[in-house]
Structure formats: C-alpha cells, structure tokens
Design a protein around this ligand. Structure first.
Ligand SMILES: NC(=O)c1ccc[n+]([C@@H]2O[C@H](COP(=O)([O-])OP(=O)(O)OC[C@H]3O[C@@H](n4cnc5c(N)ncnc54)[C@H](OP(=O)(O)O)[C@@H]3O)[C@@H](O)[C@H]2O)c1
Length: 295
C-alpha cells in the first residue's frame, strides 16, 4: 500500500521502519528533516512538507508528541489535510486523549478522510520488534482498509468502539505504566536505602508477583539510568497524565493514583529534566534523599 508517515521521533522511526520492511511504499515527513535520514537510506521517500507526503497516500500514519503537534500539522497551509486524497484512512497513533481525537476525526471527515485513533502501548524496543499493542476507535470499514499497515507495526490491535475509544483506553493504560514506574522507583530506592544491591532488588521484582513486560524491558534503564538512552520522556508522561486527569474530571471519576503519579513525574522532570526517561523518577528520589548540594 502507499503509506505516508508523519512524525519520525523515538517511536515513529522504528514504526515507519517496520512499515517499510513489510513491503509498503513509504513516504515520510518530519519537522526536523534529518531524523528521516535512516529511512531514506532504507528506501523511503522523504517529503519536504506534510501536504506533499499525504498527496498520493492510501493510509496516513501520524506519531506526534501531543495534541498541539497534531493541531499544528492540521492548521498549517502545507499541513496533512491540505491535499489529502478522498478516501484516505488516517491512523492517528500519538497519545492525544479522546477529546482531541474526536476533534481531529471531525476535521478529517470534513476533508473526506476517515480518521481512526490508534494509539499504542509499548516502548521504543517494543516498537522495533513490531510488537506494539494498538487500541483503535472509529469506523470498522476504515480499520479493515488500514489493517495491513497496522499489522506491520503491532502484535495485536483491539477495535474498542467509535472515535475516541482507543484514545480513552490508552490513557488508562498509561495510568498503569506511570504507577508502575513510580512504584518500581520507590521499591528500588527503599532497597538501596537498606543496603541491598540494586540489581539484586530488581531480580526480586522481576521474579515476583508484579513481574511484567514493563518490568522486563525497563531493567537496563532502571539499573543504569545514565547509561541508557531515554525511551519515554517524563514530559510525555506528564502530558498523558494531564489528559487522563481531564478525562477523569469530565466523568467525575477521582483518579487517586494518577494524581500521585503526575506529582512524582513533575518533581522528577524538575530535577532530572523533562526529556529524561521516566525511570529517572528513581534518580529524583535518590537526589532528594541525598539532600541539597553544597556546590
Ligand atoms: N516513547 C514511548 O515509549 C511511547 C510509547 C507509547 C506511546 N508514546 C506516544 O507516542 C507519541 C510519540 O512519542 P515519542 O516518544 O516518539 O516522542 P518524540 O521522540 O519526542 O517525537 C515526537 C515527534 O513529534 C514531532 N513534533 C513535536 N511537536 C511538533 C510540532 N509542533 N509540529 C510538528 N511536529 C512536531 C517531533 O518532531 P521533531 O523531530 O521535529 O521534534 C517528533 O517527530 C507521543 O504521543 C507519546 O506519548 C510514546
């Protein structure tokens, strides 16, 4: 199929690579053009505008930071819907929450484009292995058309209902991920405070009742936070938790865990930098426990 891919970031790069490897005809666009270089080397076409990338596509994939990034690419004169062909299916795979997803869906419908919210669970390593799990909201016939592209990037996808359903489910999943990141950080630092070796403590967590794929694929990063490249930025998780809290507020559902996780992520971003990985919550705890620096 002819696939357009917009947003070649930490997740977009491996996802687009898998679309290419599955044999699709891939054209890509990224605001910072140099991030497309590895895909060009592998045979993708690189466009200079988002409008151009979409012009001949059957399926458009977007993997952007947040609702504002999608909005920017919708608003721009050379944006993703400017020249979109009638009947295009748009897989919006960023984490944007249900309110923005439904807004983008309606904008797309005005342009004759079918948008599916299809955010993913997994991290960069999971994306590289084409083993993401996608949560889909929107039209079933459009999903059928886009399925070969979705299958190139995921090990499973779930059609959960109309527009916004996938985006809403994704926020729930990230409430769990955030709670895990905070809880593992606290457990590790508690163990270290009791003079238990960090790796030995992690072995216990990974072998016990709370073992999970997340615990497994974050092992290297939790053991060596400075020596592991960031995979999921604290600022992106703060954005997800803000969206989750808005969703809870709208439904009058109190989200006690998400509230606590958001506070922990904000403190960690302040101490470690918002682009640091969410495992840096543990470093923030270590830094706080060590007390103010004398330098
Ligand atoms: N990382 C993970 O483990 C993970 C897992 C599941 C879901 N997600 C979600 O997936 C999405 C992408 O995450 P990521 O980790 O790949 O983030 P990332 O590495 O920061 O990439 C963000 C992408 O959005 C683009 N972008 C940001 N603002 C823009 C704007 N105003 N206009 C145009 N493009 C803009 C960036 O372009 P530039 O290159 O020009 O900055 C880049 O391509 C997020 O919604 C995130 O919450 C992430």
């Amino acid at each position: 199929m002819k696939v357009a891919f917009v947003g070649i970031g930490r997740m977009g790069l491996p996802m687009a690579g898998n679309v290419l490897r599955a044999g699709h005809d891939l054209t890509v666009f990224n605001r910072t053009a140099s991030r497309c270089d590895p895909l060009r080397d592998d045979g993708a076409t690189v466009s200079t505008t988002a409008a151009e990338v979409v012009r001949d596509a059957e399926v458009l994939v977007t993997m952007l930071a947040d609702p504002a990034a999608v909005e920017d690419l919708l608003e721009s004169e050379e944006g993703i819907l400017a020249d979109a062909p009638e009947g295009l299916v748009w897989l919006e795979m960023s984490t944007v929450g249900p309110t923005a997803a439904r807004r983008f869906h309606d904008r797309a419908a005005d342009a004759g484009v079918k948008m599916l919210d299809a955010p993913v669970s997994g991290s960069t390593a999971v994306a590289e292995a084409a083993a993401l799990v996608s949560m889909v909201g929107g039209d079933a016939a459009a999903l059928e058309r886009a399925r070969p592209v979705l299958e190139a990037m995921t090990k499973a996808h779930f059609h959960l209902g109309p527009s916004g359903a996938g985006a809403a489910m994704k926020l729930g999943v990230n409430v769990i991920i955030a709670a895990n990141a905070v809880a593992i950080s606290e457990a590790l630092v508690m163990a270290e405070d009791a003079d238990i070796d960090r790796a030995a403590a992690y072995d216990v967590i990974a072998a016990g009742a709370v073992a999970s794929p997340f615990v497994d694929y974050k092992r290297g990063a939790f053991l060596d936070p400075d020596g592991t490249p960031p995979a999921f930025a604290l600022d992106l998780m703060r954005k997800d938790l803000k969206l989750a809290l808005e969703q809870g507020e709208a439904a009058r559902t109190p989200l006690f865990g998400a509230t606590a996780s958001a506070e922990a992520m904000t403190v960690a971003a302040g101490l470690e930098g918002g682009d640091a990985d969410l495992v840096k919550v543990a470093d923030a705890l270590r830094r706080i426990a060590a007390g103010p620096s004398k330098s």
